[in-house]
Design a protein around this ligand. Structure first.
Ligand code: PGA
Length: 250
């Protein structure tokens, strides 16, 4: 059995004050959530403080990105060693915003995946197609290309200790969720693609859905066979809504 995971990607949102309220709200209600791993990914600058606030709770924390290099003259970057040092357990890599706006190519994403894993942090690898790619029937080819870049670098077995997040780019922050069937179809494709190389890994790896998930649509999405939780953007910024989504995964 794969334990569901619901991860909040706070993106470039928050302040000390609003994070404090949000974390308090999540921790206060986290006992409502059974058999689900709950993860929050604040901006780098706030992770350490959020970590302190989460001390003693069951909520995990992670980062939204990680450097592909280990250490040295890389101004502005944050290494996996630093993230590990402050207790992060997960790092998102290859989010579509990083791919589209910050030059994260498939190969760079694969390098970040490898860096996270080598440093003892579980990568949450985001994959997903643009609207025009879906409309021209390329969804599977795009997702396959993104996965292949990682497998080429680290091998299929590395996926076992990672999480994949399928996030159709057209559904991110747009209010347009993939239908449960559309999402399930791609999740099943991803699992069968991994299974061709290693059935045991495919059975174990958690595949999250992301893209306009909210409390109102979470249950139906999470009830699909191959959907093992969610990567939540906007709706992770309000404790009640986020906890309701977490409950829907249980
Ligand atoms: P959204 O973002 O839930 O706001 O659509 C999801 C994500 O980008 O991870």
């Amino acid at each position: 059995m794969r334990k569901p995971l619901v991860a909040g990607n706070w993106k470039m949102n928050g302040s000390r004050e609003s994070n404090n309220t949000l974390i308090k709200g999540i921790v206060d209600r986290s006992s409502q959530v059974a058999n689900v791993e709950v993860l929050v990914c604040p901006s780098f600058v706030y992770i350490a403080e959020v970590a302190k606030q989460l001390d003693g709770s069951t909520v995990f924390f992670g980062s939204q990105d990680v450097a592909k290099e280990e250490v040295g003259a890389y101004t502005g970057e944050v290494s996996v060693g630093m993230l590990k040092d402050i207790g992060c357990t997960y790092a998102i890599v290859g989010h579509s915003e990083r791919r589209a706006l910050f030059g994260d190519t498939d190969h760079i994403v694969a390098q970040k995946f490898a860096a996270a894993q080598n440093g003892g942090i579980k990568p949450v690898l985001c994959v997903g197609e643009l609207l025009e790619e879906r409309e021209s029937g390329q969804t599977e080819a795009v997702v396959e290309r993104q996965l292949q870049a990682v497998v080429d670098l680290v091998g299929i077995s590395a996926l076992e200790n990672s999480v994949v997040a399928y996030e159709p780019v057209w559904a991110i922050g747009t209010g347009k969720t993939a239908s449960p069937q559309q999402a399930q179809d791609v999740h099943a494709f991803i699992r069968s693609w991994i299974s061709k190389e290693d059935a045991a890994v495919a059975e174990k790896v958690r595949i999250l859905y992301g893209g306009s998930v909210k409390a109102a649509n979470a249950k139906e999405l999470f009830s699909q066979t191959d959907i093992d939780g969610g990567l939540i953007g906007g709706a992770s910024l309000a404790a009640d809504e986020f906890i309701s989504i977490c409950e829907a995964a249980g």
